[in-house]
Design a protein around this ligand. Structure first.
Ligand SMILES: Cc1ncc(COP(=O)(O)O)c(C=O)c1O
Length: 502
């Protein structure tokens, strides 16, 4: 018997009129935000616990009007946001929630599709196939790669390694890995500069961190193929079973490109699964003049490119292409009776392509981004980001108190302040650059991150937000120089103009 109170509470969703009114308010808020994200500091200024302490510790007993919820969004949540959609966001890999992508997310939320089976939304599955076909062609990858959209590159790499294990014919799917005296220890090869997701995948799949051998890199932070050959030979002699190699196109630290053609030769000779992590850099291959960044990838078994990194698509959206989807599916397909459908092999059921059953309708936002900007619009934006990165690199190169640490193949510059009269190995350099980074990030106008390369602490300026213009990059350079001066790192005679301003 319901209590009086329960009986008075309205059932069902908010009525359509209420939705329409607040829907308009929210879209107006978003439009205002996208018009001038600079009104907010790019790096959140809250202290640990500030947001939590501003919120009640229990959910409300009764319904609250959305006015109040939206007011609290503005008052409590927004100040605790680090603004990835800010043109002064230069940390990690800068990303974009572009307008068409945001609209795609909104529609996907409204439809609330679970794209696990073809029949649970035929359009979601078929749009995913079509839009990945478009992306494959934009990237210049040959036919024969079939695609799936995962949430992240980390999961894509995990799935690639699961497929590699399946391809090795060890019957791990049925018999597992533990307690098997017939199973050699499995090894995966990747460079010292590879993303930590390779190791994480190895942890999850039971290879362990020791199952990942990190291959040394050359002076430009690219995998050394001769060292790869030596490592494989050593491992085979010591009883390891090499199963996969993961090359990177656009490493996290310096955006270096491993020599994929040479690595592909080795993988073919050694019968290893070749996975290419092109999460960030792969997108550059959309430019005809940069096709070479994916050279050799036509021979990869799998490749991941993240539209949510440098293709203006809201997080999360990671495109995984596989030349042997039947192996990937063999690793993951497990169909309980309640998920059996009559369509059979006439359709793809994307739940078979990975560990998760429920899947978001991510293809919609990617489709909307690709259509709203078109190939030419995407190319123009990528070219501009690379131009801005080259410009920044020129400013660094032209100033004797600054030093570039790595080449700039894409839109990320790795550099540090090194006062002209300090030796390159001066032990104060790391501390100086750390303090500089902190000071720049406190400005609210720019947010950069750092990387440690061969023991050297360096700063990274990554351009990738769709709203970043030359003036934002110029401003970052001005702030860097002003803060370096304030920290006593620059001779005072450079106090005046900057290369950018002069
Ligand atoms: C080269 C590379 N691979 C993979 C990843 C992981 O990406 P995700 O966050 O999509 O898992 C990153 C993240 O920056 C990366 O730089």
């Amino acid at each position: 018997v319901p209590s009086d109170e329960t009986a008075r509470v309205p059932l069902g969703d908010l009525d359509p009129e209420t939705f329409r009114r607040y829907g308009h308010d929210v879209v107006d808020w978003i439009a205002g935000f996208l018009e001038a994200p600079e009104r907010y500091p790019v790096l959140a200024r809250v202290k640990p616990g500030d947001v939590r302490n501003a919120l009640p510790s229990t959910a409300p007993d009764g319904p609250e009007p959305l006015d109040r919820v939206l007011a609290d969004f503005e008052r409590i949540i927004v100040p605790g946001i680090t603004h990835w959609n800010h043109p002064g966001f230069f940390a990690y890999f800068a990303i974009s929630g572009s307008a068409p992508g945001i609209l795609g997310e909104l529609l996907a939320a409204a439809l609330n599709v679970n794209a696990m089976l073809w029949r649970t939304s035929p359009a979601a599955t078929e749009l995913e196939e079509v839009v990945l076909g478009w992306l494959r062609k934009l990237l210049g990858l040959p036919a024969g790669f079939d695609g799936v959209i995962y949430d992240t590159a980390s999961i894509a790499t995990l799935c690639a390694l699961a497929a590699a294990r399946e391809a090795a014919g060890l019957d791990v799917r049925e018999r597992g890995m533990s307690g098997r005296s017939d199973l050699p220890r499995l090894r995966v090869y990747t460079s010292e500069q590879a993303h930590s997701s390779v190791e994480k995948g190895a942890i999850v799949l039971g290879f362990g961190r020791e199952g990942v051998r990190k291959i040394p890199t050359d002076a430009e932070f690219r995998m050394d193929p001769r060292a790869l050959v030596r490592a494989i030979a050593e491992d085979r002699a010591a009883g390891w079973r090499p199963i996969a190699v993961c090359a990177t196109v656009g490493t996290t630290g310096t955006t270096s490109v491993d020599p994929v053609p040479a690595v592909a030769d080795i993988a073919a000779r050694e019968a290893l699964w070749l996975h290419v992590d092109a999460a960030y850099g792969g997108v550059a291959a959309i430019l005809p003049e940069r096709r070479e960044v994916l050279a050799g990838c036509d021979r990869a078994d799998s490749i991941v490119v993240n539209p949510h990194k440098w293709l203006f698509t809201p997080i999360d959206c990671s495109a995984f292409f596989c030349r042997q989807p039947e192996v990937l599916k063999r690793a993951f397909t497990l169909i309980p009776s309640f998920l059996q459908t009559p369509e059979g092999s006439a359709v793809e059921n994307y739940m078979d392509w990975g560990p998760q059953l429920g899947r978001r309708f991510r293809a919609l936002k990617l489709w909307m981004v690709l259509r709203a900007f078109g190939r030419s619009g995407i190319e123009a934006r990528l070219r501009e980001h690379m131009r801005l990165a080259r410009l920044f690199a020129e400013w660094v190169d032209g100033d004797p108190d600054w030093q570039r640490i790595a080449p700039v193949p894409f839109s990320t510059v790795v550099f540090r302040v090194r006062p002209r009269d300090w030796a390159p190995d001066d032990s104060r350099l790391a501390g100086l650059n750390e303090r500089l980074l902190e000071a720049v990030n406190a400005s609210g106008e720019a947010f950069l991150s750092h990387v440690v390369l061969g023991g050297q602490y360096a700063l990274r300026l990554a351009i990738g937000n769709i709203r970043t213009e030359e003036r934002h990059v110029q401003r970052a350079w001005e702030i860097l120089r002003a803060e370096a001066l304030r920290l006593g790192a620059l001779p005072t005679h450079v106090a005046g103009g900057t290369a950018a301003a002069s």
